[in-house]
Design a protein around this ligand. Structure first.
Ligand SMILES: [Zn+2]
Ligand SMILES: [Zn+2]
Length: 346
């Protein structure tokens, strides 16, 4: 189910410059809904027309099973945006998760709306189990009780590069999960001793837990609950209700900001020097690599924005050579890097 997208041929740098030139304040938000969308292509067209007219930027996935949106809206158009969303039968009443902090640049540089078979790549066959049999929700206050309860288990449904820079106190954060698909497949085994216990799961904005909680219940877990609205909404509830914050570090997000700081603690270490405490992600400046890694300011300066010496050398090659080098690079070098991750998906 592909949509005929007019390819945006601008380079990343051009997109970044164009986004930076637009200094209007924006509100970054995310939302999702599992809802039957009979004609995703027509629905996408409706969103694209309206949201382009309101100068929204973001990455939105539409499927027959629903919508998953991460985007920003110029503050001056917020009321129009919200009013329009509320008029759409598929979206009426959908809860927004609003970012806790905006970066210096907009959180997205362009607007992309894609029709996909699923709104989250979970690798599950939805006909093989009851996807609607999801776990009950937990509020921030309830999750705090789980964290304080020695009998309860708290499990991080996110990837390793996300939990590395921030997670809940006492959460189980497997460090070898790099995709949600992989994690779902292996979680029942990882948690097999806790099938009769109280299990709380969480993710960035809640969408992954909708499927994951149903999947764990199907796999015999008796009491699975998930954090409503994920870490993003947890941060908001903690602030609004004056609750103790039990999230340490940063919440990884899937836009140009890469993370939102939730507590002042820095729990990760620079991948390059392996010494300095640091939780700032960068993408390698070599576009062929584009690997996501944590780099401290001193290493970033020393390495000039590249993740490795080989990337710095590769970037000096004439463009004509780069293509053939890219294939070689992807087959050999990338496999040796422990912190590889190029495509950011939830
Ligand atoms: Zn360093
Ligand atoms: Zn690199």
């Amino acid at each position: 189910m592909k949509t005929a997208e007019k390819k945006d041929l601008r380079s990343r740098e051009e997109k970044r410059r164009a986004a930076a030139a637009d200094t209007r304040p924006r509100t970054t938000l995310s939302f999702y809904r599992y809802v039957k969308i009979a004609d995703p292509i027509a629905f996408r067209q409706r969103l694209l027309e309206k949201w382009s007219a309101l100068d929204c930027l973001g990455r939105i996935y539409v499927a027959t099973e629903g919508i998953n949106a991460q985007m920003n809206v110029p503050v001056m158009y917020w009321n129009q945006f919200d009013a329009w969303v509320q008029q759409q039968p598929e979206l009426k009443g959908v809860p927004y998760k609003i970012a806790v902090e905006e970066g210096e640049l907009p959180s997205f540089f362009k607007l992309t709306i894609k029709v996909r078979p699923k709104i989250v790549a979970d690798g599950l066959d939805d006909n093989s189990f009851d996807v609607t049999n999801t776990g009950e929700y937990l509020t921030a206050a309830q999750l705090n009780q789980y964290i304080d309860d020695p009998e309860a288990v708290v499990f991080d449904m996110r990837n390793n590069y996300e939990s590395e820079i921030g997670h809940f106190e006492k959460a189980i954060t497997p460090d070898d999960f790099v995709t949600f698909r992989d994690e779902l497949k292996r979680t029942p085994e990882v948690l097999k001793d806790y099938k009769d216990k109280k299990v709380a799961i969480y993710c960035t904005g809640g969408i992954r837990c909708e499927k994951a909680s149903a999947w764990l219940k199907y796999n015999g877990f008796k009491d699975v609950r998930h954090l409503k609205g994920g870490v993003i909404d947890y941060a908001r509830q903690v602030k609004e209700q004056g609750l103790p914050n039990k999230f340490r570090g940063k919440n990884f997000v899937f836009d140009e900001r890469l993370a939102e700081r939730i507590s002042d603690e820095v729990i990760a270490t620079c991948h390059l020097c392996k010494e300095t405490k640091c939780d700032t992600h960068h993408h390698c400046k070599n576009q062929i690599c584009h690997t996501l890694f944590i780099g401290c300011p001193s290493c970033m300066e020393k390495k000039n924005g590249y993740c490795s010496w080989s990337c710095a050398q590769m970037d000096k090659l004439p463009a004509a050579y780069k293509k053939s080098v890219a294939r070689w690079y992807n087959q050999i070098i990338r496999k040796r890097k422990p912190f590889q991750k190029t495509r950011l998906v939830q």
